[in-house]
Design a protein around this ligand. Structure first.
Ligand SMILES: C[S@@+](CC[C@H](N)C(=O)[O-])C[C@H]1O[C@@H](n2cnc3c(N)ncnc32)[C@H](O)[C@@H]1O
Length: 391
Protein backbone atom coordinates (compact mmCIF):
# COMPACT_ATOMS: atom_id res chain seq x y z
CA UNK A 1 0.00 0.00 0.00
CA UNK A 2 1.19 3.54 -0.72
CA UNK A 3 -0.01 7.02 0.06
CA UNK A 4 -1.34 9.04 -2.85
CA UNK A 5 -2.67 12.59 -2.83
CA UNK A 6 -5.38 13.54 -5.31
CA UNK A 7 -5.72 17.20 -6.26
CA UNK A 8 -9.40 18.05 -6.43
CA UNK A 9 -10.99 19.89 -9.36
CA UNK A 10 -13.06 23.09 -9.20
CA UNK A 11 -16.16 21.68 -7.46
CA UNK A 12 -14.30 20.24 -4.51
CA UNK A 13 -17.16 18.36 -2.77
CA UNK A 14 -18.25 16.68 -5.99
CA UNK A 15 -14.68 15.72 -6.92
CA UNK A 16 -14.05 14.41 -3.41
CA UNK A 17 -17.26 12.34 -3.52
CA UNK A 18 -16.11 10.77 -6.78
CA UNK A 19 -12.83 9.69 -5.18
CA UNK A 20 -14.53 8.26 -2.09
CA UNK A 21 -16.87 6.35 -4.37
CA UNK A 22 -14.10 4.94 -6.59
CA UNK A 23 -11.37 4.29 -3.99
CA UNK A 24 -13.48 3.53 -0.90
CA UNK A 25 -14.04 5.55 2.27
CA UNK A 26 -11.93 3.08 4.28
CA UNK A 27 -8.86 4.05 2.23
CA UNK A 28 -9.21 7.76 2.98
CA UNK A 29 -6.47 9.11 5.26
CA UNK A 30 -7.34 12.79 5.27
CA UNK A 31 -9.01 15.55 3.32
CA UNK A 32 -7.37 18.95 3.01
CA UNK A 33 -8.27 22.19 1.23
CA UNK A 34 -7.70 20.97 -2.31
CA UNK A 35 -6.36 17.46 -1.85
CA UNK A 36 -7.53 14.12 -0.51
CA UNK A 37 -5.01 11.55 0.66
CA UNK A 38 -5.73 7.85 0.25
CA UNK A 39 -3.74 4.75 1.13
CA UNK A 40 -4.19 2.39 -1.79
CA UNK A 41 -2.26 -0.40 -3.52
CA UNK A 42 0.33 0.66 -6.12
CA UNK A 43 -1.56 1.60 -9.25
CA UNK A 44 -1.17 2.44 -12.90
CA UNK A 45 -1.44 6.13 -12.04
CA UNK A 46 -2.31 7.53 -15.47
CA UNK A 47 -4.92 4.80 -15.98
CA UNK A 48 -6.62 5.77 -12.71
CA UNK A 49 -6.26 9.48 -13.49
CA UNK A 50 -7.93 9.04 -16.89
CA UNK A 51 -10.92 7.40 -15.24
CA UNK A 52 -11.49 10.27 -12.77
CA UNK A 53 -13.26 13.37 -14.07
CA UNK A 54 -12.73 15.35 -10.86
CA UNK A 55 -9.02 14.82 -10.15
CA UNK A 56 -6.45 17.27 -11.51
CA UNK A 57 -3.36 15.29 -10.63
CA UNK A 58 -2.17 12.32 -8.60
CA UNK A 59 0.87 12.65 -6.34
CA UNK A 60 2.73 9.68 -4.92
CA UNK A 61 3.89 10.59 -1.43
CA UNK A 62 7.41 9.49 -0.53
CA UNK A 63 7.97 11.27 2.78
CA UNK A 64 6.31 13.41 5.42
CA UNK A 65 7.33 15.83 8.12
CA UNK A 66 5.12 16.22 11.20
CA UNK A 67 4.55 19.84 12.17
CA UNK A 68 2.60 21.97 14.59
CA UNK A 69 1.44 25.49 13.94
CA UNK A 70 2.65 26.30 10.43
CA UNK A 71 5.23 25.10 7.91
CA UNK A 72 7.40 28.23 7.90
CA UNK A 73 10.40 26.66 9.64
CA UNK A 74 10.42 23.35 7.79
CA UNK A 75 12.84 24.18 4.95
CA UNK A 76 15.92 22.68 6.71
CA UNK A 77 13.98 19.41 7.06
CA UNK A 78 12.63 19.50 3.50
CA UNK A 79 15.99 20.06 1.76
CA UNK A 80 17.61 16.67 2.59
CA UNK A 81 14.44 14.84 1.52
CA UNK A 82 14.40 16.60 -1.85
CA UNK A 83 18.13 16.06 -2.27
CA UNK A 84 17.84 12.31 -1.65
CA UNK A 85 14.90 12.08 -4.08
CA UNK A 86 16.69 13.95 -6.88
CA UNK A 87 19.91 12.00 -6.45
CA UNK A 88 18.03 8.70 -6.56
CA UNK A 89 15.84 9.61 -9.53
CA UNK A 90 18.37 11.34 -11.79
CA UNK A 91 21.72 9.75 -11.06
CA UNK A 92 22.21 8.65 -14.65
CA UNK A 93 20.21 11.32 -16.42
CA UNK A 94 21.43 13.45 -19.24
CA UNK A 95 19.64 16.27 -21.04
CA UNK A 96 17.53 19.20 -19.99
CA UNK A 97 15.10 18.44 -17.22
CA UNK A 98 11.74 20.22 -16.82
CA UNK A 99 11.31 20.81 -13.12
CA UNK A 100 8.53 22.22 -10.94
CA UNK A 101 7.68 22.66 -7.28
CA UNK A 102 3.97 22.75 -6.39
CA UNK A 103 2.37 23.70 -3.11
CA UNK A 104 -0.99 22.05 -2.45
CA UNK A 105 -3.59 22.77 0.23
CA UNK A 106 -1.80 25.89 1.45
CA UNK A 107 -4.16 28.71 2.45
CA UNK A 108 -1.19 31.05 2.49
CA UNK A 109 1.12 30.35 -0.48
CA UNK A 110 3.91 32.36 1.18
CA UNK A 111 4.19 29.91 4.04
CA UNK A 112 6.96 28.09 2.14
CA UNK A 113 9.44 29.93 -0.03
CA UNK A 114 9.29 28.35 -3.50
CA UNK A 115 12.30 30.38 -4.67
CA UNK A 116 14.53 28.74 -2.05
CA UNK A 117 13.16 25.30 -2.89
CA UNK A 118 13.79 25.81 -6.61
CA UNK A 119 17.28 27.23 -6.15
CA UNK A 120 18.23 24.42 -3.80
CA UNK A 121 16.97 21.79 -6.26
CA UNK A 122 18.80 23.47 -9.14
CA UNK A 123 22.04 23.29 -7.16
CA UNK A 124 21.58 19.56 -6.50
CA UNK A 125 20.72 18.83 -10.13
CA UNK A 126 23.71 20.86 -11.29
CA UNK A 127 25.96 18.77 -9.04
CA UNK A 128 24.60 15.74 -10.95
CA UNK A 129 25.53 17.42 -14.23
CA UNK A 130 21.90 18.19 -15.10
CA UNK A 131 20.57 21.41 -16.51
CA UNK A 132 17.05 22.01 -15.32
CA UNK A 133 14.32 24.23 -16.69
CA UNK A 134 12.01 25.68 -14.03
CA UNK A 135 8.39 25.49 -14.99
CA UNK A 136 7.39 27.77 -12.10
CA UNK A 137 7.09 31.28 -13.50
CA UNK A 138 8.33 34.13 -11.28
CA UNK A 139 9.03 31.68 -8.47
CA UNK A 140 5.30 31.29 -7.77
CA UNK A 141 3.09 28.22 -7.56
CA UNK A 142 2.57 26.38 -10.87
CA UNK A 143 -0.74 25.73 -12.57
CA UNK A 144 -1.37 22.05 -13.38
CA UNK A 145 -2.04 23.06 -17.02
CA UNK A 146 1.50 24.50 -17.21
CA UNK A 147 2.93 21.27 -15.82
CA UNK A 148 0.88 19.31 -18.35
CA UNK A 149 1.98 21.44 -21.31
CA UNK A 150 5.66 21.28 -20.32
CA UNK A 151 5.32 17.47 -20.03
CA UNK A 152 6.97 17.59 -16.61
CA UNK A 153 5.45 14.29 -15.46
CA UNK A 154 6.86 12.30 -18.40
CA UNK A 155 10.16 14.09 -18.86
CA UNK A 156 11.10 15.62 -15.52
CA UNK A 157 9.76 15.98 -12.01
CA UNK A 158 7.08 17.99 -10.21
CA UNK A 159 7.86 17.91 -6.49
CA UNK A 160 4.72 18.52 -4.45
CA UNK A 161 4.50 19.77 -0.90
CA UNK A 162 1.07 19.11 0.56
CA UNK A 163 -0.07 20.77 3.75
CA UNK A 164 -1.82 18.03 5.70
CA UNK A 165 -3.60 18.22 9.03
CA UNK A 166 -0.50 17.44 11.08
CA UNK A 167 2.04 16.50 8.43
CA UNK A 168 3.69 18.16 5.49
CA UNK A 169 3.56 15.47 2.82
CA UNK A 170 6.26 15.40 0.16
CA UNK A 171 5.59 13.65 -3.12
CA UNK A 172 6.02 13.51 -6.85
CA UNK A 173 3.29 13.96 -9.45
CA UNK A 174 2.77 10.59 -11.14
CA UNK A 175 -0.26 11.41 -13.31
CA UNK A 176 -1.98 14.53 -14.56
CA UNK A 177 -5.34 15.28 -16.18
CA UNK A 178 -5.12 14.75 -19.94
CA UNK A 179 -6.39 18.16 -20.98
CA UNK A 180 -6.13 17.39 -24.70
CA UNK A 181 -8.26 14.27 -24.46
CA UNK A 182 -11.03 16.12 -22.58
CA UNK A 183 -10.90 18.98 -25.05
CA UNK A 184 -11.17 16.50 -27.95
CA UNK A 185 -14.23 14.88 -26.34
CA UNK A 186 -15.72 18.27 -25.50
CA UNK A 187 -15.19 20.24 -28.70
CA UNK A 188 -14.11 17.94 -31.51
CA UNK A 189 -16.84 15.34 -31.68
CA UNK A 190 -18.52 15.54 -35.07
CA UNK A 191 -22.01 16.51 -33.87
CA UNK A 192 -22.74 19.26 -31.36
CA UNK A 193 -25.91 21.14 -30.54
CA UNK A 194 -25.77 24.34 -28.49
CA UNK A 195 -29.54 24.20 -27.89
CA UNK A 196 -29.44 20.97 -25.89
CA UNK A 197 -26.41 22.32 -24.03
CA UNK A 198 -23.17 20.57 -23.54
CA UNK A 199 -22.59 18.40 -20.54
CA UNK A 200 -18.85 18.61 -19.79
CA UNK A 201 -17.29 15.14 -20.33
CA UNK A 202 -15.56 15.41 -16.95
CA UNK A 203 -18.93 15.86 -15.25
CA UNK A 204 -20.40 12.88 -17.14
CA UNK A 205 -17.45 10.79 -15.93
CA UNK A 206 -17.90 11.95 -12.33
CA UNK A 207 -21.62 11.11 -12.50
CA UNK A 208 -20.87 7.56 -13.68
CA UNK A 209 -18.29 7.12 -10.91
CA UNK A 210 -20.56 8.50 -8.17
CA UNK A 211 -22.80 5.46 -8.40
CA UNK A 212 -20.28 3.23 -6.57
CA UNK A 213 -21.31 0.24 -8.65
CA UNK A 214 -19.34 -1.81 -11.07
CA UNK A 215 -21.91 -1.39 -13.80
CA UNK A 216 -21.60 -3.29 -17.06
CA UNK A 217 -24.37 -1.50 -18.90
CA UNK A 218 -25.27 2.17 -18.53
CA UNK A 219 -28.43 3.75 -19.91
CA UNK A 220 -29.10 7.43 -20.68
CA UNK A 221 -32.78 8.02 -21.53
CA UNK A 222 -32.14 11.70 -22.50
CA UNK A 223 -28.91 11.08 -24.39
CA UNK A 224 -28.77 14.25 -26.55
CA UNK A 225 -25.48 14.21 -28.42
CA UNK A 226 -24.17 11.24 -26.42
CA UNK A 227 -21.76 12.74 -23.87
CA UNK A 228 -22.68 10.25 -21.12
CA UNK A 229 -22.62 7.37 -23.60
CA UNK A 230 -19.11 8.23 -24.80
CA UNK A 231 -17.78 8.50 -21.24
CA UNK A 232 -19.42 5.18 -20.38
CA UNK A 233 -17.74 3.57 -23.38
CA UNK A 234 -14.36 5.01 -22.40
CA UNK A 235 -14.83 3.39 -18.98
CA UNK A 236 -15.37 0.06 -20.79
CA UNK A 237 -19.13 -0.05 -20.27
CA UNK A 238 -21.83 -0.96 -22.71
CA UNK A 239 -23.77 2.23 -23.51
CA UNK A 240 -27.49 2.35 -24.24
CA UNK A 241 -29.13 5.66 -25.11
CA UNK A 242 -32.50 7.00 -26.15
CA UNK A 243 -33.96 10.42 -26.82
CA UNK A 244 -37.28 11.90 -27.87
CA UNK A 245 -35.66 13.72 -30.79
CA UNK A 246 -34.68 11.53 -33.77
CA UNK A 247 -32.06 14.12 -34.73
CA UNK A 248 -30.31 13.55 -31.41
CA UNK A 249 -30.28 9.81 -32.04
CA UNK A 250 -28.49 10.41 -35.36
CA UNK A 251 -26.06 12.77 -33.64
CA UNK A 252 -25.35 10.30 -30.83
CA UNK A 253 -24.83 7.46 -33.30
CA UNK A 254 -22.26 9.47 -35.21
CA UNK A 255 -20.53 10.70 -32.03
CA UNK A 256 -20.34 7.23 -30.44
CA UNK A 257 -18.95 5.72 -33.65
CA UNK A 258 -16.38 8.55 -33.74
CA UNK A 259 -15.39 7.87 -30.10
CA UNK A 260 -14.93 4.15 -30.81
CA UNK A 261 -12.45 5.00 -33.55
CA UNK A 262 -10.77 8.01 -31.98
CA UNK A 263 -10.19 6.32 -28.61
CA UNK A 264 -9.82 2.78 -29.92
CA UNK A 265 -12.48 1.28 -27.70
CA UNK A 266 -14.53 -1.74 -28.57
CA UNK A 267 -17.24 -0.91 -26.03
CA UNK A 268 -20.57 -1.35 -27.76
CA UNK A 269 -23.41 1.17 -27.92
CA UNK A 270 -27.08 1.00 -28.89
CA UNK A 271 -29.49 3.84 -29.55
CA UNK A 272 -33.23 4.17 -30.06
CA UNK A 273 -35.71 7.01 -30.33
CA UNK A 274 -38.39 7.23 -27.64
CA UNK A 275 -39.95 9.49 -25.04
CA UNK A 276 -38.34 8.58 -21.67
CA UNK A 277 -41.79 8.60 -20.06
CA UNK A 278 -42.96 5.69 -22.19
CA UNK A 279 -40.01 3.30 -22.36
CA UNK A 280 -41.19 -0.33 -22.31
CA UNK A 281 -39.60 -3.62 -21.30
CA UNK A 282 -39.03 -4.57 -24.94
CA UNK A 283 -37.04 -1.35 -25.48
CA UNK A 284 -34.46 -2.50 -22.93
CA UNK A 285 -33.74 -6.19 -23.57
CA UNK A 286 -30.32 -5.88 -21.88
CA UNK A 287 -29.98 -5.71 -18.08
CA UNK A 288 -29.41 -2.08 -17.15
CA UNK A 289 -27.06 -1.71 -14.14
CA UNK A 290 -27.03 2.05 -13.91
CA UNK A 291 -28.93 5.03 -15.31
CA UNK A 292 -26.86 8.19 -15.77
CA UNK A 293 -28.40 11.20 -17.42
CA UNK A 294 -28.25 14.93 -17.63
CA UNK A 295 -31.97 14.75 -18.36
CA UNK A 296 -34.01 17.63 -19.65
CA UNK A 297 -33.14 20.94 -17.98
CA UNK A 298 -36.00 23.05 -19.38
CA UNK A 299 -36.08 25.52 -22.26
CA UNK A 300 -32.89 27.53 -22.78
CA UNK A 301 -33.09 30.92 -21.04
CA UNK A 302 -30.92 34.01 -21.26
CA UNK A 303 -31.86 35.88 -18.07
CA UNK A 304 -32.75 34.93 -14.50
CA UNK A 305 -36.39 33.78 -14.75
CA UNK A 306 -39.05 35.63 -12.78
CA UNK A 307 -41.11 33.84 -10.15
CA UNK A 308 -43.94 33.08 -12.55
CA UNK A 309 -41.62 31.45 -15.07
CA UNK A 310 -39.80 29.51 -12.35
CA UNK A 311 -43.09 28.04 -11.14
CA UNK A 312 -44.10 27.13 -14.68
CA UNK A 313 -40.71 25.55 -15.48
CA UNK A 314 -40.49 23.64 -12.20
CA UNK A 315 -44.05 22.32 -12.70
CA UNK A 316 -43.14 21.07 -16.20
CA UNK A 317 -39.93 19.46 -14.92
CA UNK A 318 -41.64 17.90 -11.89
CA UNK A 319 -44.18 16.20 -14.16
CA UNK A 320 -41.51 14.93 -16.52
CA UNK A 321 -39.28 13.60 -13.72
CA UNK A 322 -42.23 11.95 -11.99
CA UNK A 323 -43.25 10.16 -15.19
CA UNK A 324 -39.87 8.94 -16.35
CA UNK A 325 -38.66 7.93 -12.88
CA UNK A 326 -41.82 5.89 -12.21
CA UNK A 327 -41.45 4.31 -15.61
CA UNK A 328 -37.76 3.43 -15.27
CA UNK A 329 -38.27 2.05 -11.76
CA UNK A 330 -40.38 -0.77 -13.14
CA UNK A 331 -37.87 -1.68 -15.85
CA UNK A 332 -34.64 -1.91 -13.87
CA UNK A 333 -33.21 -4.30 -11.27
CA UNK A 334 -33.09 -3.45 -7.55
CA UNK A 335 -29.39 -2.47 -7.65
CA UNK A 336 -29.87 -0.02 -10.51
CA UNK A 337 -29.21 3.50 -9.23
CA UNK A 338 -29.95 6.71 -11.06
CA UNK A 339 -27.48 9.57 -11.27
CA UNK A 340 -29.17 12.60 -12.80
CA UNK A 341 -29.10 16.38 -13.06
CA UNK A 342 -31.98 18.47 -11.77
CA UNK A 343 -32.38 22.09 -12.85
CA UNK A 344 -31.57 24.89 -10.41
CA UNK A 345 -31.62 28.59 -11.26
CA UNK A 346 -28.91 30.97 -10.19
CA UNK A 347 -29.79 34.46 -9.12
CA UNK A 348 -26.62 36.23 -8.03
CA UNK A 349 -25.18 34.16 -5.21
CA UNK A 350 -28.53 32.41 -4.61
CA UNK A 351 -29.54 29.06 -5.96
CA UNK A 352 -33.19 28.28 -6.53
CA UNK A 353 -33.69 24.52 -6.47
CA UNK A 354 -36.55 22.47 -7.89
CA UNK A 355 -38.88 22.25 -4.88
CA UNK A 356 -39.51 18.99 -3.03
CA UNK A 357 -37.39 16.77 -5.27
CA UNK A 358 -36.75 14.24 -2.46
CA UNK A 359 -40.54 13.77 -2.03
CA UNK A 360 -40.96 13.38 -5.77
CA UNK A 361 -38.23 10.71 -5.86
CA UNK A 362 -39.82 8.90 -2.91
CA UNK A 363 -43.16 8.75 -4.70
CA UNK A 364 -41.35 7.01 -7.56
CA UNK A 365 -39.71 4.47 -5.21
CA UNK A 366 -36.30 6.15 -4.78
CA UNK A 367 -34.39 7.82 -1.98
CA UNK A 368 -31.90 10.57 -2.74
CA UNK A 369 -28.57 9.51 -1.24
CA UNK A 370 -26.24 12.23 -2.52
CA UNK A 371 -26.71 15.81 -3.77
CA UNK A 372 -24.13 18.26 -5.15
CA UNK A 373 -24.49 21.43 -7.15
CA UNK A 374 -22.50 21.96 -10.32
CA UNK A 375 -22.56 25.52 -11.59
CA UNK A 376 -20.45 27.96 -13.53
CA UNK A 377 -20.19 31.63 -12.79
CA UNK A 378 -21.56 32.81 -16.13
CA UNK A 379 -24.48 30.35 -16.29
CA UNK A 380 -28.05 30.98 -15.09
CA UNK A 381 -29.03 27.33 -15.10
CA UNK A 382 -27.12 25.19 -12.62
CA UNK A 383 -27.28 21.43 -12.25
CA UNK A 384 -28.09 19.68 -8.98
CA UNK A 385 -26.47 16.26 -9.27
CA UNK A 386 -28.58 13.64 -7.49
CA UNK A 387 -27.88 10.00 -6.76
CA UNK A 388 -31.06 7.96 -6.37
CA UNK A 389 -31.29 4.46 -4.92
CA UNK A 390 -34.30 2.19 -4.92
CA UNK A 391 -35.98 2.14 -1.50
C1 LIG B 1 -29.95 18.70 -21.83
S1 LIG B 1 -30.15 17.68 -23.21
C2 LIG B 1 -29.04 16.38 -22.90
C3 LIG B 1 -27.71 16.72 -23.44
C4 LIG B 1 -26.73 15.61 -23.37
N1 LIG B 1 -26.34 15.29 -22.02
C5 LIG B 1 -25.51 16.00 -24.19
O1 LIG B 1 -24.42 16.20 -23.62
O2 LIG B 1 -25.64 16.15 -25.38
C6 LIG B 1 -31.72 17.00 -22.97
C7 LIG B 1 -32.18 16.01 -24.02
O3 LIG B 1 -33.42 15.48 -23.57
C8 LIG B 1 -34.23 15.23 -24.69
N2 LIG B 1 -35.61 15.14 -24.21
C9 LIG B 1 -36.44 16.11 -23.79
N3 LIG B 1 -37.60 15.59 -23.36
C10 LIG B 1 -37.50 14.25 -23.49
C11 LIG B 1 -38.34 13.15 -23.18
N4 LIG B 1 -39.56 13.33 -22.69
N5 LIG B 1 -37.88 11.91 -23.42
C12 LIG B 1 -36.65 11.70 -23.95
N6 LIG B 1 -35.82 12.70 -24.26
C13 LIG B 1 -36.22 13.95 -24.02
C14 LIG B 1 -33.94 16.38 -25.64
O4 LIG B 1 -34.23 16.02 -26.97
C15 LIG B 1 -32.45 16.60 -25.40
O5 LIG B 1 -31.68 15.89 -26.35
Amino acid sequence: MSLFAFELGRKKELCFAELVSVLGKDKLQERNIDTAIFEIPKINPQGLQNSLGGTIKIVEIFDNIPYEGDCRNLLPKIFPIIEAKLRKSFENYSGKLPFAVSLLSFKNPNELDIRQLLNFSKKILKSLGINCRFVNKDFSNTKPSTIYKARVVEKGIDICLIRGVRNLFIGETVAIQDIDSYSLRDYDKPKKDARVGMLPPKLAQIMINLAEVDAKTIYDPFCGTGTVLIEAMLLNKTAVGSDLDPRMIDFSKENCAWAQKEFKTESPFRLFQKDAQYIQKMDLPEKIDLVVTEGYLGKPISKVPDLEYQEYAFRELTNLHMNWLQNIYALTPKHCKIVMCVTAYKSGANLIHLPKFAELAKRCGYKVTQTYTYDREEQIVARDIKVLEKI
